[in-house]
Design a protein around this ligand. Structure first.
Ligand SMILES: [Zn+2]
Ligand SMILES: [Zn+2]
Length: 93
């Protein structure tokens, strides 16, 4: 179960809009949350906002292509998108 603080963080994260669209110069594309897998089970998976196209599209998304192909295709890593997301969250809070 997500705590109240986590739910608040998830809401703010989604409100940023798709992080990859933003990287491409289009801000504010409605986004859903993508959980980044961590090897450690102790910490909660961090989340980044991705639009359905970049999240679930068959040949355009992190789940459709797989992380490695996604990162090569868009020349940005999942971790870089997370850094960008965290910077925006810090700037707005
Ligand atoms: Zn997008
Ligand atoms: Zn996902």
């Amino acid at each position: 179960m997500a705590t109240k603080a986590e739910k608040e963080l998830y809401r703010k994260t989604a409100e940023l809009g798709c992080s990859l669209c933003r990287h491409q110069g289009n801000e504010g594309t409605p986004a859903e949350l993508h959980h980044i897998r961590r090897t450690s089970k102790r910490s909660n998976a961090p989340v980044i906002p991705l639009c359905p196209y970049h999240h679930r599209g068959s040949n355009t998304s992190i789940h459709g292509m797989g992380r490695r192909r996604f990162e090569r295709e868009y020349a940005i890593t999942e971790e870089q998108l997370l850094v960008q997301t965290e910077e925006l969250l810090n700037a707005y809070s």
